[in-house]
Design a protein around this ligand. Sequence first.
Ligand code: NAD
Length: 510
Amino acid sequence: MSSIESAETASPSAEIIGHYIGGREVQASANTLDVFNPASGEITKRLACADADVVEQAIFAANNAFPSWRNTPPQKRAQILFRFKILLEQSADAICQLITAEHGKVLDDARGELGRGIEVVEYACGISELLKGEHSKNAGPDIDSWSEFQPLGIVAGITPFNFPAMVPMWMFPMAIACGNTFILKPSERDPSAALLIARLFTEAGLPEGVFNVVNGDRSVVEMLLDDSRIQAVSFVGSTAIAESIYQRASNTGKRVQALGGAKNHAVIMPDADITNAVNALMGAAYGSCGERCMAISVAVCVGEETADQVVSQLERRVRALKIGPGTDTNNDMGPLISKDALVRINAYIEQGLEQGAELVVDGRGLQVKGHEQGYFIGGCLFDEVSEDMSIYSDEIFGPVLCVVRVKYLDQAMTLINNHEYGNGTCIFTRDGAAARYFSDHIQVGMVGINVALPVPVASHSFGGWKRSLFGDLSIYGPDSIRFYTRRKTMTQKWPFDGDKEDARFSFPSN
Ligand code: NAD
């Protein structure tokens, strides 16, 4: 049996994962999907796939919970969020073990993702301040005007496999803090962390029905998209699906934000501290096995000498990567998510070779002792990559870094600006003017200057440009207040008793 084939044997007692609706677990639904441990290739659990009845239960619960949650004072909502944050911290080990068992990432990496999710909960704890609204006294003669931000109703969130805790937490803490109720459809490949998190939210005092989780695949998503009781959809996943979800949900009048794929370039200038840049590239390209939407997958080296130094240092470092199960925190990289991903990435490497790129480090065929059926691949490094190659144009979503050689910064920027994606990018340089020029003119939503993974903190919003985001508003941070609420503007006048006003036919103005 080759390293790509796996045993795929389910233990007869494999746990069935259900849904979380109305503050309790629901086990119904006959169809199941297999959940694998990517480090062993074994089926470890079976996921119940929600049918129309289960989806209806979730919508019904969220709908029933909305009127009272909408009227719960923001300060009270914040108190529940505070307790939730503490429970998340106390349960961090359990959550991270679930992430590693189903996603495969190294435990420390899982802790990092959970930490970034908890930061969004911390930001949501300030909801009283964030929802204060806007007020203008004497907007006109004796007239006051104010705007308030009212919750939408039921919001659905659909999330990808690569951050089973963090990406859902980019969405539901802010949506719920704003007074909405929420239905989450996690990735079918690593659904367990979301269910544990839902239980913890109930334990923190969240009323039943405010946060619900329905599991399954495309069919569940479509039921949510087509239901008129759901007011808004937050989606994170691949670009083709993001675009189709944006269109389908918009057609039914929903507010939608759909974050898609990426091809993130790092520019290395001749004056950069090359060793620091290479250190940063190693984590950004190979951390989490390259399965991050902000992963650096292209290193654009300005000047031949820069490229030679970067490639030679990278080669040594990529060969030395420690790869194995994510439960061993000495490892730098765990397995890929699935056998399909392994097959897809091997095919890309073959295409890169056929199209003329130089494969400096070939990670294919890696065997990890004791984990021969796991979905492991070593780090791969391509040099002499050009724009017309599929390894350059496509999001590979694996540990494959492509080096492109250019002569000038402007050439590097043209490459980036011409690419269909615009999620993240970064520049390594000691030249402030070059960095400023780069950040000003680059057509990308999140830019790092000597920072390889410029993932915004929770008080800023996260979102790419071009085909990395469909919709007008980014996720979490200040944009999430706008996304998860509807502005209503009041204009009022209280004439004194006896004041008489004439009819005026011209348009009111100051
Ligand atoms: P995916 O698009 O396959 O799946 C995402 C979600 O959509 C899952 O819940 C899945 O069940 C559902 N889904 C899949 N096919 C569907 C269909 N035809 N109709 C409706 N729903 C469908 O993505 P993935 O493989 O789980 O995640 C990796 C992708 O996510 C990468 O492209 C990565 O760049 C992207 N991503 C983007 C960001 C970002 O912020 N831009 C963050 C994380 C991941």
